[in-house]
Design a protein around this ligand. Structure first.
Ligand code: GAP
Length: 433
C-alpha cells in the first residue's frame, strides 16, 4: 500500500456501484474492456457536472464585476508549453518493478519494494505527464503538440487580448472551464485521479505587493463556496516548498476527507509573474500592464484558484451518500442534484391522474429539471428518487382532481405536505434556492 492511502473502502465501492447503476458514471470504452484513467458520464452524471460547473461560473464569473470568461483551444502552439516550463518540468518521478514491470509514482511508495509483488524497483526517473498528439498529415517532431495539462495556459496567452478588448482594470480575473489531460502514472480512486478531466480555473491578476492579501481572500472565498454547495468535511492545508509546482510562490490546498484519505480538490496558488514573464520572453510580446493612475508599467502577479470538476463531484457524492435502514439517500444540495423534482401519478392506469400529472410535469419542465415516474408503487418511486438525490417528489392523487393540490414529499425529512398546484412553482423556487 502506498503512503497516505487508506485501504479500499466499502463506501467508495458502494458509490462506484450506485454511480454505474443509476447512470452517473460509466467506465470509459467499457464494451472494449475499458481504458485506464478514462470515464464516461451518464445522463445523471452529465446533469450533475453541469450543475457544478454552472454554480462555479455563476459565482466566480457572472456574479462578480471583476472577472470575465474565456474559452481557449485545448491544443496550443507547443512553444507555449516550453515557455511555461511544462515540457521540461511537468513530470512525476517514476519507478518500475524489475519483476512484474508495474510502474508507480516514486513519491507514493514507502520502502524500495514493489507493492504488488515485492520485487526490486528501478531508480526513479522523471516521467513527463503531458499527452502528445501530432498536427497535420506528417508525423515528425515538428508536428508534435500537446493536449493541455491545465486550462491556465490559454488564459495567459490571451491576457493581452482581454486587456486590449475589454475594459478591465487590475485587479481582475479571467476564468475558464475546460478539459485537461495528464498521462498519470497511476490513475486511481475512481474519478479522483484520471487522465482526462475538467478544470475550473481562475487567473486573478493583481498588482505586485497586493498578491498576498488577494491570495488569502481567495482561499477564504473558495472555502465558503464549497460550503454554499453543501460540501462538509473540507479543510485547507498549506503546501510545503517541496510539494509546490515549479511556478508557485505559495499554494494552499482545499482538501476533502475522502474515504481513502484527506485529498486535494482545489489548489489556490500564488504564481507570481512567472507565467506572464515566461510568455513575454519566449514570444517577444509585451505583456505588461499600464496603470493609468500612477503611470507605472509592470507585469501583474497572479492568484490562481484551480479546481477539478470530477474531484468535486466525487467529494459531493461521498458527502451526500447515506444509508437509513434500507433507504439509500444522496443528500445532495438542490443546486447540485441532477433532478430538482420528480412527478408521479398515484396510479399509472388512471388516465385522469396521468393527464393532470403530465400537465404539471410539462409546466414545471419549463423552469426546472424534473423527472417523470409512473412505475411500481409510490414507496418504490420515492426510494428510487432518494438514491439519485432528487430533493422533492410530487404525487398527483384522487384528491388532486377535486382540490387542485398535490402531495410534496421532501427527500431528507421524508415529510409530506399538500401544496396547491397554482403555488407549486413558487413553492419549489423558494425551497430550491
Ligand atoms: N493550473 C494549476 C493546476 O493545474 P493542479 O493542482 O495540478 O494545479 C488543479 O490541478 C486541480 O485539478 C486539482 O486540485 C484537481 O482538482 C484537478 N486535477 C489535477 N489532476 C487531476 C487528475 N489527474 N484527475 C482529476 N483531477 C485532477
Amino acid at each position: 500500500m502506498t503512503k497516505k492511502e487508506k485501504p479500499p473502502s466499502d463506501k467508495l465501492e458502494k458509490i462506484v456501484s450506485l454511480a454505474k447503476r443509476r447512470g452517473f458514471i460509466y467506465p470509459g470504452s467499457e464494451i472494449y474492456g475499458g481504458l485506464g484513467g478514462f470515464y464516461d458520464f451518464g445522463p445523471l452524471g452529465t446533469e450533475m457536472k453541469f450543475n457544478i460547473k454552472n454554480a462555479w461560473w455563476r459565482d466566480v464569473v457572472q456574479m462578480r464585476d471583476d472577472v470575465v470568461g474565456l474559452n481557449a483551444a485545448i491544443i496550443m502552439n507547443p512553444k507555449a508549453w516550453e515557455a511555461s516550463g511544462h515540457v521540461s518540468g511537468f513530470s512525476d518521478p517514476l519507478v518500475e518493478c524489475k519483476k512484474c514491470h508495474h510502474r508507480f509514482r516514486a513519491d507514493n511508495i514507502t520502502g524500495d519494494e514493489c507493492p504488488d509483488c515485492g520485487g526490486h524497483l528501478t531508480e526513479s526517473r522523471n516521467f513527463n505527464l503531458m499527452l502528445k498528439t501530432s498536427i497535420g498529415p506528417v508525423e515528425d517532431s515538428a508536428s508534435t503538440a500537446y493536449l493541455r495539462p491545465e486550462t491556465a495556459g490559454g488564459i495567459f496567452l490571451n491576457f493581452k487580448n482581454v486587456l486590449d478588448t475589454m475594459r478591465v482594470k487590475l485587479p481582475f480575473g479571467i476564468a475558464q472551464i475546460g478539459k485537461a489531460f495528464r498521462n498519470e502514472i497511476n490513475p486511481k480512486d475512481f474519478i479522483f485521479r484520471t487522465r482526462e478531466f475538467e478544470q475550473m480555473e481562475l487567473e486573478y491578476f493583481v498588482k505586485p505587493g497586493e498578491d498576498e492579501e488577494k491570495f488569502d481572500e481567495w482561499v477564504k472565498n473558495r472555502t465558503k463556496w464549497y460550503e454554499s454547495i453543501g460540501l462538509k468535511n473540507i479543510r485547507t492545508r498549506e503546501q510545503s516548498k517541496d510539494e509546490r509546482a515549479h511556478y508557485a510562490k505559495a499554494t494552499t490546498d482545499i482538501e476533502y476527507e475522502f474515504p481513502f484519505g484527506s485529498q486535494e480538490i482545489e489548489g489556490v496558488a500564488n504564481r507570481g509573474n512567472f507565467d506572464l514573464g515566461a510568455h513575454a520572453k519566449a514570444s517577444g510580446k509585451d505583456l505588461t500592464y499600464f496603470e493609468e493612475e500612477t503611470k507605472e508599467r509592470y507585469l501583474p502577479y497572479v492568484i490562481e484558484p484551480s479546481a477539478g470538476v470530477e474531484r468535486i463531484m466525487l467529494a459531493l457524492l461521498c458527502d451526500a451518500y447515506s444509508e437509513e435502514g434500507d433507504r439509500v439517500v444522496l443528500k445532495l444540495n438542490p443546486r447540485i442534484a441532477p433532478h430538482k423534482a420528480a412527478i408521479f401519478p398515484l396510479l399509472a392506469n388512471k388516465p385522469k391522474l396521468v393527464e393532470l400529472a403530465k400537465d404539471i410535469y410539462r409546466d414545471l419542465k419549463k423552469d426546472f429539471v424534473v423527472a417523470w415516474d409512473e412505475r411500481g408503487n409510490i414507496g418504490k418511486r420515492y426510494f428510487s428518487q432518494d438514491e439519485i438525490g432528487t430533493p422533492y417528489c410530487i404525487t398527483v392523487d384522487f384528491d388532486s382532481l377535486e382540490k387542485n393540490d398535490v402531495t410534496v414529499r421532501e427527500r431528507d425529512s421524508m415529510k409530506q405536505e399538500r401544496v396547491n398546484i397554482k403555488e407549486l412553482k413558487t413553492y419549489l423556487s423558494d425551497k430550491l434556492t
